[in-house]
Design a protein around this ligand. Sequence first.
Ligand code: IMP
Length: 188
Amino acid sequence: MKTPIDLHADVAEVLVTEAAIQAKVLELGRQISDDYRGRDLTLVSVLKGSLPFMADLMRAIDVPVRIDLMEVSSYGGATTESSGLVRILKDLSASIAGEDVLLVEDIIDTGLTLNYLLRYLRGKNPASLRICTLLDKPARRLVEIPVDYTGFTIEDRFVVGYGLDYGELYRNLRFVGVLRPEVYSTGS
Ligand code: IMP
C-alpha cells in the first residue's frame, strides 16, 4: 500500500506567500490591461501548471479576453528536469491568426519548453505574441527568452504549489514553496 503524503508537512519553506501571489496577479493584470487597452487579447496557457495562475490572471484583466489551453509534455528527463523535446498533447482549439496573444506560463526554467512553444505559436501568425510568467528561474536558462511580464524571479530551487507539481502532487498548495529534501530523494 502507498504511504499517504502529508501535503503541508512535506513543505520545508514557503518562498512566495499566497498574499504575495495575489497582490502580484492584480499588479500584472492592471499592467496587461493598460498595455492592451482598446484591443482584445487571447490568453494561451499551458496545462497543467499554469492553471491557477491563468484562472486568477484572467480575472485581473479588464480588457476583453479569449482563452485557449495547450498541454505539452517533455520527452524523457527526470521529474525535476526538462529535456527540451516537447510533445503537444493538446493543441489550440481555435485559430490565433491575426490575434494579440499572451502566453501565460507558470515557470521558466531552462526555457526549452517555451522556446519550442514560441516557435510553434509564431508559426500560427498571431498579430503579436508576448509572454507572461509567474515565476522565472534565470540561473538555469539555456535559451534566451524575451519575457514581457514576470511575477517573481526566484533562485535555482525546485518549487511546488500554485499549480506546480512534484510527481503530479502539491499543485493545490496556495503558495509556492520548496519540499523537504527527503521528499525529493524518495519520490512520491
Ligand atoms: P523549462 O523547459 O526547463 O523552462 O521547463 C518548463 C517546465 O518545467 C515548466 O512549465 C514546469 O512544468 C516545469 N518546471 C520547471 N521548473 C520547475 C519547478 O521548480 N517546479 C515544478 N515544475 C518546474
